[in-house]
Design a protein around this ligand. Structure first.
Ligand code: SAH
Ligand code: SF4
Length: 399
């Protein structure tokens, strides 16, 4: 384990002491080489090694990312001899398996998905969306089913937000691009999703900080979109993907320059730096103004908004004064934005409390009255520890 380990008093501040974002190792290459997760260029390299024509790489990409095959032998578009050569050379598809499922009374499912090194990662399926009531322009198009998949980017997290259960794990390791995109495909397969008929949104809001595993996260995005270097990708448009960051400024700066990128959500969670430092110590490294400035450099699509996520912590950040500060921040930011209010989800050993429903409504009304679009996110899967900030490799759920 290469992550931040708890100090004598249990704090994990490693990330704040270093000059830049903490680098965490990805797992060493296993003897068995997974094909799932390779880009079209990498698949071309594999195919060239076997002296096969390059169109075989596109067929392989189609089989992995569009047809979701889990077994090399099932890829009948490839000649048997090539499948055998790949198998003897130690290649497998390596689609991550769903090891355990917890089902909530609200239909949400939380999965423990296998990762290399006998580790697991958590992914959540939320039928009917993630509870952030928002009407995107294309929502008028009828869809047979709608669901949002919440995807993890790391095992654990180094950022140490005081209200988040994942922070208690510390960082164990980065996920690879295949492990990130593999969560999505494993869940799509489980639910026999038909991407043409079902409306699937992805939120990179599971365990971990995506912008501290930037390259693997963006490689996964490129596998999940419609086209991968001229070959088939999984087929989910970037406009249906949202990545959430705790405010890693160098990550936002890189992201702002990406030609193809998901929507951005910023975990604001406090209306001024003093409160934010107390709940998100990373604010000492990157204060609110720096985060907003980095986001301001990002060109937005015509109807695109940047989301500010705001976890309401009773008595900490939920007063009318805080709401007015959020309004001022959103106005100063200058870009098109909206606020998603998330009532804090409790977790064992986390010393906050939920604000009463009337305070939540009052906060939302204040933002709306002052011209800032604000939505209250319905909690999903709280009973199975699947809600925001509750992911922590637990098998203790009551399901
Ligand atoms: N690391 C990224 C993405 C994962 S956290 C980030 O922090 O943005 C996804 C969202 O869950 C964040 O907005 C975070 O503020 C929120 N969150 C964390 N713990 C929570 C909790 N206990 N209750 C409600 N929301 C929580
Ligand atoms: Fe990490 Fe996000 Fe949890 Fe903060 S809220 S500890 S950044 S997962």
């Amino acid at each position: 384990m290469s992550g931040a380990s708890p100090g004598p008093t249990g704090e994990r501040f490693t990330i704040l002491d270093s000059a830049g974002p903490k680098s965490v190792q990805t797992p060493a290459s296993p003897l068995v080489q997974s094909l799932f997760g390779l880009s079209i260029e990498q698949l071309s390299g594999v195919i060239a090694h076997f002296d096969e024509p390059n169109f075989r790489a596109r067929q392989l990409a189609q089989a992995l990312y569009r047809d979701w095959h889990a077994d090399l032998d099932a890829i009948t578009t490839l000649p048997i001899a090539l499948r055998q050569k790949l198998t003897s050379a130690g290649y497998t598809i390596g689609l991550p398996p769903i090891l355990k499922t917890f089902r909530s009374i609200d239909g949400t499912e939380r999965y423990l998905i296998g990762a290399s090194g006998n580790q697991t990662v958590e992914t959540v399926w939320m039928p009917d969306g993630d509870g952030a009531e928002d009407t995107e322009a294309d929502d008028a198009t009828p869809a047979r089913r709608r669901a949002t998949i919440c995807v993890s980017s790391q095992i654990g997290c180094a950022v140490n937000c005081q209200f988040c259960l994942t922070a208690k794990l510390g960082i164990e390791r980065n996920l690879t691009a295949g492990e990130i995109a593999g969560q999505v495909v494993a869940v799509l397969r489980r639910h026999q999703v038909e991407l043409g008929r079902d409306r699937i949104n992805l939120v990179f809001m599971g365990m971990g900080e995506p912008f501290l595993n930037y390259d693997a996260f963006m490689d996964a995005v490129r596998l999940l979109v419609t086209e991968v270097g001229g070959a088939s990708g999984v087929g989910i448009p970037v406009s249906r993907m949202t990545v959430s960051t705790s405010g890693i400024v160098p990550g936002i700066e890189r992201f702002a320059k990406e030609p193809l990128r998901p929507r951005l959500a910023i975990s604001l969670n406090a209306s001024n730096n003093t409160v934010r430092e107390a709940v998100m110590p990373i604010t000492r490294k990157w204060p609110i103004e720096a985060v907003i400035e980095a986001a301001r450099a990002m060109p937005l699509a015509p109807r695109e908004k940047i989301t500010f996520e705001y976890v309401l912590l009773g008595g900490v950040n939920d007063s009318i004064i805080h709401a007015d500060e959020v309004v001022a921040l959103a106005r100063r930011a200058g870009f098109s934005s909206k606020v998603n209010l998330i009532v804090w989800n409790p977790g064992p050993g986390i010393p906050y409390h939920q604000p009463p429903a009337e305070d939540v409504a009052r906060f939302q009304q204040r933002l709306i009255a002052r011209g800032v679009p604000a939505f209250i996110r319905r909690p999903r899967g709280r009973d199975i520890y699947a809600a925001c900030g509750q992911l922590k490799k637990t098998t203790e759920a009551n399901s």
